[in-house]
Design a protein around this ligand. Structure first.
Ligand code: GLU
Length: 305
């Protein structure tokens, strides 16, 4: 069954992106995600940006960037020399100025504050929180700590709901104040956080269709709230795709766990079409097939007039 996208929900001049964190090797889950990104892009005529999210300077490694580039080229998502799929490639670490500028803006509006709390502190401050994610209760909000290299920075969130469109689920509402509280934008090691750098880049790059895994669904409300605080005049629409679960564990595949990496498959000379076919099958886009060519990935997506 193809994924049907409602034309009325789509932005004009569609721009999407694939945003891997170069903290490990690609696995089949990334390939499935890339099939969604490039397949949706192809069917909508959207531009694709390939953004390496190396905001975590301790865990990101240059060799993972070159490996991922090589793997995406092998699979046909990007073509060396000329980006046949109209693909802009960059690393977040090249764009420090963007994040500083966005922070200056928030700071000038009185929306940021320094925070000394560690994850452990936040858990201890809120023992009744039974959610898997941290809920920050605003402990440092009124402490007026001076910004310093070993403190984090947070942005003030109001308690309002945020609404957004998910192209599969429809209209959704989340309440970031109750999910996560004031959002961390820089951590205590001086790294920009995922939410902050990701949102700033999406705004700069005019990304208006965010295609990514279901595991990031809960991030939408807070990212939209942050976009609004940064004065975004247009908000993206989202498409959250299912994840490939590790059969033995029923957990999502991850770089940390011992999922078979794409580089291992390439070393074993598995053809790109076989890897694409397996990823598409495992994520539920098609029945088991032997081969899927890169030109065929758009066939899983249909725009409904
Ligand atoms: N860098 C994120 C990841 O690898 C992607 C986030 C996103 O697509 O918004 O999970």
């Amino acid at each position: 069954m193809p994924i049907v996208i409602d034309k009325d929900m789509l932005p004009k001049n569609p721009v999407t992106r694939f945003a891997p964190s170069p903290t490990g090797c690609l696995h089949l889950g990334h390939v499935a995600s890339a099939i969604f990104v490039w397949g949706v892009a192809k069917v909508l005529g959207a531009k694709v940006i390939l953004r390496f999210e190396d905001h975590d300077r301790q865990r990101s490694k240059k060799h993972f960037i070159s490996n991922i580039l090589h793997e995406l080229e092998y699979l046909g998502f990007i073509c060396k020399g000329d980006f046949g799929w109209d693909c802009l490639v960059y690393n977040q670490s090249e764009n420090e100025g963007r994040y500083e500028k966005a922070l200056d803006w928030l700071r000038s509006k009185g929306l940021t504050y320094a925070c000394s709390c560690s994850r452990k502190d936040i858990n201890n401050q809120n023992p009744s929180n039974d959610s898997v994610e941290l809920l920050y209760l605003g402990t440092c909000r009124n402490k007026h700590l001076a910004e310093s290299d070993n403190l984090g920075l947070r942005v003030l969130f109001d308690g309002n709901d945020e609404q957004f469109i998910d192209l599969i689920k429809g209209v959704e509402v989340q309440n970031p104040g109750r999910q996560c509280g004031d959002l961390l934008i820089k951590d205590r090691r001086g790294n920009w956080t995922y939410h902050f750098s990701n949102v700033v880049d999406d705004l700069y790059d005019l990304v208006n269709i965010v295609v990514r895994g279901e595991d990031l669904f809960d991030s939408c409300g807070r990212q939209i709230k942050l976009m609004k605080l940064l004065s975004a005049n247009k908000l993206p629409v989202y498409l959250h795709h299912p994840l490939i679960l590790d059969n033995s564990q029923k957990e999502k595949l991850s770089k940390k766990r011992r999922s078979l990496s794409i580089s291992q498959l390439i070393d074993q000379k598995v053809p790109p079409q076989a890897i694409l076919a397996e990823a598409a099958f495992q994520i539920g886009l098609c029945e088991k097939i032997e081969r899927l060519s890169i030109e065929e990935v758009e066939r899983f997506f249909v725009v409904k007039e």
